[in-house]
Design a protein around this ligand. Sequence first.
Ligand code: M1P
Length: 258
Amino acid sequence: MSVLPFNQRPKGDVLVLFDVDDTLTRPRLPASQEMLDLLQEIRKQVVIGFVGGSNLVKQIEQLSVRGHDIFQDFDYCFAENGLTAYKSGKELASQSFIGWIGEEKYKQMVKFILHYIADLDIPVKRGTFIEFRNGMINVSPIGRNASTKEREEFEKYDNEHNIRRDFVAALKEKFGDFGLTFSVGGMISFDVFPTGWDKTYALRHVEQEGFKEIHFFGDKTHKGGNDYEIYTDDRTIGHTVKGPEDTMQQLRELFLKQ
Ligand code: M1P
């Protein structure tokens, strides 16, 4: 499919950014054909991108599906809140979490986290309790190897027993002076990154592009949710969605109705 350069699209000075889980797709699941088609439809007019908390591998699993390719389908790909960034398929320069925090502080935190998880009495534990990423670490008490069913059960259990809330409180108490943000964005884990490296980080990559409007669509736009900062940022027009169906409906209203 041939894609018009930004300045040849009717609204090439409008950027529309999307969260991934529960905005473009069901959490951790592939996008529907309907969603993928609709995104290409609105892309004929505007510039589009995603800003996910997850790493790029997971976004590829969710969006490079049904013969699609994220690098061809999205003008901007922002993984890990924009710490991994691509424009028109080309990688943009970025920073790293480990470079920022340093090995010593990181080691102290890993020791604490793994001891804390070892002592946690929860019904199920799997593997990969810390996922080391470019711009953050992701910590999961049950482990990232949990199956879809185990994820759902953990989320329910966590809602009753506040496992993640208490874990984050313990980390804040111990490492409050490290300048970190702890963000619960999904079902089984929380992200840890330098304060300010939330989804607004992605906006740094488009600052010089002169967009007149930047729309952001996300589901976790409430305070404490991982879409909150970019949703409330002065540079964006925020839209809260209830899930992929709602995103599609709002997109049709905003961009396809004449
Ligand atoms: O995109 C939201 C979150 O998705 C995953 O969370 P979980 O595995 O807990 O459902 C993670 O990739 C997390 O980093 C991300 O913020």
